[in-house]
Design a protein around this ligand. Structure first.
Ligand SMILES: *Cc1c(COP(=O)(O)O)cnc(C)c1O
Length: 362
């Protein structure tokens, strides 16, 4: 069984388990857990920010950042209509933080039209309207297929935001994938952003947690928000120990996932099929492969089901039972995510399986 549903399925590595076992701990609500403090120091350096805080999840990281940026009443964030914050976080910013979301259309490459973005900024001169308190970006962009946003674009958005005195938050759940894609350090991609939230528990393989980065005074407020949301953890050095391995070790192998993704996508697109097509929204793809199913007789549900089955004939032909899990995005789209627990042999097995299914279709 090869699981390509998400990079969240990665399990802690033996090195992580050892670090967790040996971690020195203390009560982190008293800020006395040395391992958490070490992770936060390393994360701040890695993100190029003054300070960082360990939080339970990316969702909590984003929510805390929105809460801090929009500290007073009557505020609104500008956020992509296909972004995780807008789409997959239960509207937490309105449900829990009292902040209104205004959606900006997302282009297939994960970027905004800057004219539209500028037009949507409230100028603060009309009592009918909320204040624009924050602009949110996402890198890499999940729904758009793990595409990386280039530095030029981020710089332009931040320049625009600055001219209106509005901060920019980066949902950098997979910012390492973006940095690796461009061959640049993470901190360079984040230099103009006021805050960032990065997942340790996805491609970096940690069992739990994210880190938030920002200025020292910003992170002090994030700590208050984390507490009120129930994220004040105690001997969380057990978890932070794995996060340290994620930063020190796992960031260095992300390129392998990108190579595997490109191997998979070229193996499928080379077959030049009508029924299964690789979706390439930009040249900056990372660890995801989106597949389109334009023929409704062979839609995403059928493909997903077929990947999980092994016929007797197939077992004989391939000499193995290959089962693959992928995630359904819509009627005509599935997502495959490459990650640390998928080795080159697994990628080749997936290609063998899909090639077999393609032959069957013909
Ligand atoms: C996964 C993800 C999150 C949220 O992370 P959780 O740890 O699952 O809460 C936020 N943003 C993006 C882009 C993500 O892919």
């Amino acid at each position: 069984m090869i699981d390509l549903r998400s990079d969240t399925v990665t399990k802690p590595t033996p090195l992580m388990r050892k670090a967790m076992f040996e971690a020195e701990v203390g009560d982190d609500v008293y800020r006395e857990d040395p391992t958490v403090l070490e992770l936060e120091r390393k994360a701040a350096e890695f993100l190029g920010k003054e300070a960082a805080l360990f939080v339970t999840s990316g969702t909590m990281g984003n929510l805390c950042c929105v809460m801090v940026h929009c500290w007073t009443r009557g505020q609104e964030i500008l956020v992509g209509d296909k972004s995780h914050i807008y789409f997959y976080e239960q509207g937490g910013v309105s449900q829990l933080a009292g902040v209104h979301s205004r959606a900006v259309s997302t282009k297939p490459d994960g970027t905004f039209d800057l004219k539209e973005l500028q037009e949507k900024i409230r100028k603060g001169d009309d009592a009918h309207q909320p204040y624009t308190g924050l602009i949110c970006l996402e890198n890499t962009h999940n729904v758009c297929g793990g595409v990386a946003l280039p530095l030029d674009y981020i710089t332009e958005v931040c320049r625009l935001a600055k001219s209106y005195n509005i901060p920019v938050h980066m949902d950098g759940a997979r910012i390492v994938n973006a940095a690796v894609c461009f061959g640049r350090p993470v901190k360079e991609l984040l230099k103009d952003c006021d805050s960032v939230s990065m997942c340790l528990s996805k491609g970096l393989g940690a069992p739990v947690g994210s880190v938030v980065g920002g200025s020292k005074s910003f992170i002090e407020k994030v700590l208050r928000c984390r507490k009120v949301l129930g994220g004040g953890m105690r001997q969380s050095g057990i978890l932070a120990a794995a996060g340290i391995v994620a930063l020190d070790v796992m960031t260095k192998r992300i390129e392998e996932d990108h190579r595997h993704a490109s191997l998979l996508s070229s193996a499928i697109s080379l077959q030049n099929l009508e029924k299964i097509q690789v979706d390439r929204p930009s040249s900056w793809t990372t660890n995801m492969v989106l597949l389109n199913f334009p023929d409704s007789n062979f839609n995403s549900n059928k493909f997903i089901q077929r990947l999980m089955e092994v016929s007797d004939q197939e077992k004989k032909d391939l000499g193995a039972e290959i089962r693959v899990k992928v995630s359904r995005r819509s009627e005509d789209k599935v997502r495959c995510v490459l990650h640390a627990d998928v080795l080159l042999d697994d990628v080749n097995a997936v290609i063998t399986k899909i090639t077999y299914i393609i032959k069957e279709l013909e």
